[in-house]
Design a protein around this ligand. Structure first.
Ligand code: SF4
Length: 516
């Protein structure tokens, strides 16, 4: 995520070491006993069946949340089986060849018949499409090795991934349209996945580098249980490369750059809160049951998967969301929206709300600014609507990249035509960060112009974000009587005249999720 609302002001490994950031981080070191460490290794995540999940739709269905430190299933394969010192050009050609070759193998191999059917299904679905020439950059031979790999396993921070194709010694991830093809010991584009012994593993499980209890309005979600809090977590990693990312210090990092597996294990749950030192944050574990327990402890109505891109840590999000659903805690996905249909449909079964960044309405801008694609995001929005998940949309206006009013008009016309007028649009102000520090903040008049365009196109709920002093920037108006029904300021609800999802003045329905 790159929108300012979701800028990671929370407890991160770095902040925790430097500042008294949060009540969670107060107190002393919490030594974890051998017994606790063992329990960590058998803990959560280790098998959290989620009722209704279509396991048979997975391309690869590993044991759901393999036990921490499952030795036999997670081989330490040592050096890369493929040479990694090839010139870049050779490497790329070889990869593209492997992509095509992988398809043929999957279709012809005896064990590949079922895989091929799924593959063809994906290809013919039109969802995101198979972009075999996408040329996603991966990190050749960059998987953790030796002692580091073993420590990562002992901490329980390794899990076999979901939604991937085994292609002999190679693997192809099928979570997002990047379609990373990994040779042995390669690391994925999102930095979180590695090929070990012909299996795909995530390194981002139970090891958040940021967590905080936020107002749900900060996500931003204005029509979802206003005034409640969302326990928010993130690991490192992202499927995009946004030049303007506000959270680049976690989104563009490997898990090993945000977490340290050395020393005693520290597991954060409500019992350990008062004992936790800020120095522990970079090595603490927080498995799905801990996340849910902490959300309950804080009285959070929802858990938000946010700050970085949760698709990059899909397994951790899914297992946590399943447990949260059992405890009647809502699940919120704050995302760039770049995901394949099959994992998205699976996610929707446990999802209650989402905020999707629609970063622009131009494929060329998506490529230049985000190293991403527009069409998969539009597909995601349609699937969310089809699956009945409430969502809101954020459009960050970056000067010279996404401030073209004609493009914004085309975007709003598409939203109304394809999704209807009721999904809120947050027009958000850019602030200089990451690789675009030379650009100024978005002028307020440009934001107001965009709001006018969106309203002219027929969108009923349009907000202006990341800026103070703009009249009615965060106010919800009844689309019928035009009276303000929810007034907000800086993520706080000042007044609410919505009852049972209807305007108190004229009884008109206000779109959103207003009751649990
Ligand atoms: S989720 Fe990560 S590994 Fe999978 S295709 Fe996307 S960028 Fe590649």
């Amino acid at each position: 995520m790159d929108q300012d609302q979701e800028k990671n002001h929370d407890v991160t490994w770095r902040e925790a070491a430097e500042s008294p950031a949060s009540p969670q981080a107060a107190g002393n070191v919490s030594p974890v006993t051998a017994g606790q460490a063992a329990s960590e290794n058998e803990g959560l995540g280790a098998g959290s069946p989620c009722p209704g999940q279509p396991r048979d739709e997975q391309v690869v269905s590993p044991p759901n949340c393999a036990r921490l430190g499952d030795g036999p299933g997670i081989p330490d394969t040592g050096a890369a089986a493929f040479p990694t010192a090839l010139p870049n050009g050779s490497r790329i050609r070889r990869r593209q060849l492997l992509k095509y070759g992988g398809m043929a193998l999957a279709g012809l191999g005896a064990a590949g018949l079922a895989v091929c059917a799924v593959y063809r299904g994906c290809a013919s679905s039109g969802f995101g499409g198979l972009d075999l020439g996408a040329g996603t950059d991966v990190f050749p031979g960059d998987a953790p090795q030796g002692e580091l790999w073993q420590q990562w396993q002992r901490r329980g921070w390794v899990r076999e991934a979901r939604h991937y194709l085994p292609l002999g010694r190679n693997v192809q991830c099928r979570l997002c349209p990047n379609d990373c093809l990994l040779q042995p010991e390669d690391r994925s584009h999102c930095r979180n996945r590695v090929n070990k012994g012909g299996k795909l593993y995530t390194l981002a499980y139970g090891n958040p580098c940021a967590f905080h209890n936020d107002p749900v309005e900060k996500k931003p979600l204005f029509h979802f249980l206003p005034g409640t809090e969302a326990f928010s977590i993130a690991t490192s990693g992202c499927v995009f490369r946004c030049l303007n990312c506000q959270n680049w210090d976690i989104s563009q990092r490997k898990p090993e750059e945000t977490k340290d597996p050395r020393g005693e294990a520290v597991r954060l749950n409500p019992e350990q809160l008062s004992l936790l030192s800020r120095r522990d944050v970079d090595r603490l574990s927080m498995f799905p049951e801990d996340v849910v327990a902490l959300a309950e402890h804080f009285g959070s109505r929802s858990i938000a998967y946010t700050y970085s891109e949760p698709v990059a840590w899909y397994e951790y999000m899914m297992d946590t969301a399943c447990l949260a659903r059992q405890k009647k805690i809502k699940n919120l996905w704050i995302t760039c929206g770049s995901i394949r249909e099959e994992p998205l449909v699976e996610l929707c079964k446990v999802l209650d709300g989402a905020n999707v960044d629609l970063k622009s309405f131009d494929e060329g801008v998506y490529r230049r600014l985000n190293a991403g694609r527009l069409q998969p995001i539009l597909d995601t929005l349609k699937v969310l609507k089809r699956e009945g998940v409430w969502f809101e949309i954020t459009n960050l206006i970056v000067p010279t990249y996404t401030d073209d009013m004609e493009m914004i008009r085309r975007m709003c016309e598409w939203l109304v035509a394809n999704l209807g007028p009721d999904y809120p649009l947050h027009v958000s102000r850019y602030h200089p960060d990451h690789k675009l520090t030379h650009l100024p903040p978005t002028p307020v008049e440009v934001l107001l112009q965009a709001r006018s365009v969106a309203r002219e196109c027929g969108l009923r709920y349009v907000y202006v974000g990341n800026v103070r002093g703009v009249e009615d920037a965060e106010t919800t108006f009844c689309p019928n009587c035009r009276r303000p029904v929810v007034c907000r300021d800086a993520f706080s609800v000042l007044s609410m005249d919505v009852a049972d999802g209807k305007c108190k003045f004229c009884n008109t329905e206000i779109a959103g999720v207003w009751t649990a």
